[in-house]
Design a protein around this ligand. Structure first.
Ligand SMILES: *Cc1c(COP(=O)(O)O)cnc(C)c1O
Length: 464
């Protein structure tokens, strides 16, 4: 299988080249030329497989044999060895129609580990096989940085630099990034906000001589491998459910910011998982909700919420949805993205809005509603949700179709990671040991001004 760009101006490339390219060189997002489908018989034959085995089967459909089976199996085994649950991603039943799939048992306690642990190992593998220098550069509002650092720390042939906004990530997120002592890790703590960090990264990646001189690679969710790895938990959740509960298909409630988590679900559905409703759960930064309900895609009015990992305005994976929505017409995608760039918004026709609503439904959760949901699920089920997972549950309560049958709500972070919000409810929690021990470790980070020149200088002395 080959990979192409949503804007049609990247010559078809293979799996590993696609992985290394990240964002398409024409500014579009990379997608497979055709999405492989899995028959119901084959899907059923996968029930009972471990998460790792299922990951192997699904990645194999996309990897073109570019990675020998034995190597791919080992990469996958290594990637999930650091997850503490024997099921890797355990499914907890709350009531007759609702289950929660916990995606946060990896080393940094957020669902980013599901894809980034694999990507880190894959980068190390490619560095060795192709003798490539891999220098990873990224900006984070907290979870992606911690997870990416954890996935490549101490690995040969790889260096990683992560920018985070000084003082604007949660305490645990900061410690997860800055207590890592390996020499191939550089944390730059920027006097500014997340958008400032992201802006500088974008400028550095757009500076093509700089990008190629320092072999810069990206880890954000524009990388298709991240989407692919995340699609596996939709298969896994479906197959973990008892047969009678999934006979009429399953619906998902999905905390989303960059459209990455939910697009992975759309990919699983296109591949053949019997999914009824895909419910997009977001917070007060509800650009995606307005897109689905009103047919207007327009970033505006940034708000601080209890779920900072979803405090996102421009959803980088939106373009992948648009590509399939427009019948894989790259010319039309390019035209619409040009319009978005010049006008700052995209407006869809009523006929189009009806079609969007057949694919997706949406609900934006208010700050108080988020906390109320944590409170009520703690009281009713003795189950402690983190604020992101609570958005998923609140969306299910408010907007889940009553006839949708079995629902799985995705839990994307461990509550200990967002204790600031949990404490507002007066709830005291016991931290897992791997989080507790962070508080005693020395931190390593360099505080820098929000200035491209200063940051570029830091990179020049760090990257080889
Ligand atoms: C990143 C993140 C999300 C949203 O994922 P997207 O890929 O942006 O859709 C949700 N919850 C948590 C805890 C996250 O870290």
């Amino acid at each position: 299988m080959k990979y192409i760009s949503t804007r049609g101006r990247v010559a078809p490339i293979g799996f590993i080249d696609m992985f290394l390219m990240g964002l398409g060189e024409d500014g579009g997002l990379i997608v497979p030329e055709t999405i492989p489908t899995v028959s119901q018989e084959r899907l059923e034959s996968w029930s009972g497989l471990s998460f790792q085995h299922l990951m192997f089967e699904i990645v194999s459909l996309y990897a073109n044999g570019e990675i020998p089976d034995a190597d791919l199996k080992k990469l996958i085994q290594d990637s999930y060895a650091g997850f503490t649950s024997p099921d890797v991603l355990p499914l907890t039943t709350l009531n007759d129609s609702l289950s929660v799939m916990e995606l946060f048992h990896g080393p940094t306690f957020a669902f980013k580990d599901v894809a980034l642990q694999l990507m880190g190992n894959l980068y190390a593998y490619v560095a060795k096989q192709r003798n490539e220098i891999i220098n990873i550069l990224g900006a984070t509002s907290g979870d992606t940085g911690a997870s990416a650092i954890s996935s490549v720390r101490g690995k040969d042939g790889i260096r990683i630099c992560i920018l985070h906004p000084n003082g604007k990530v949660s305490r645990v997120q900061e410690l997860q990034m800055t207590t890592v002592q390996d020499d191939n890790v550089l944390n730059l703590s920027v006097n500014g906000n997340f958008d400032d960090c992201q802006g500088i990264i974008k400028e550095l990646f757009a500076d093509l001589p700089f990008k190629s001189k320092y072999h810069l690679r990206a880890i954000n969710s524009i990388n298709f491998v991240r989407i692919l790895a995340q699609s596996v938990y939709y298969f896994y959740a479906y197959l973990q459910l008892p047969k009678e509960k999934r006979a009429n298909g399953v619906s998902f409630s999905i905390p989303t910011g960059n459209f990455g988590n939910i697009f992975s679900g759309m990919l699983a559905k296109k591949m053949g998982v019997p999914i009824n409703q895909l419910l997009l759960a977001t917070n007060e930064n509800n650009i995606l909700e307005r897109f689905i309900r009103e047919g207007v895609y327009k970033p505006e009015g940034f708000r601080m919420t209890h779920s900072p990992s979803m405090d996102i305005q421009v959803a980088s994976n939106f373009e992948r949805y648009l590509y399939y929505f427009l019948g894989e017409d790259a010319v039309e995608v390019s035209a619409r993205m040009e319009r978005f760039k010049s006008e700052g918004r995209l407006t869809f026709l009523p006929e189009e809005v009806a079609r969007i609503q057949r694919d997706l439904s949406a609900y934006g959760v208010g700050n108080d509603e988020c906390l109320q949901t944590i409170r009520s699920y703690k009281d009713e089920y003795g189950y402690l949700l983190d604020p992101h997972s609570a958005c998923g549950i609140a969306a299910y309560e408010r907007a889940g179709a009553p006839d949708a049958g079995t629902f799985v709500s995705l839990a994307t972070a461990h509550p200990a990671k967002f204790d600031e919000a949990i404490r507002l409810l007066g709830i005291e929690q016991q931290f897992p040991e791997r989080i507790q021990e962070l508080f005693d470790k020395p931190q390593r980070q360099t505080v820098v001004d929000n200035a491209k020149v200063e940051i570029a200088k830091q990179l020049e002395s760090f990257f080889v």
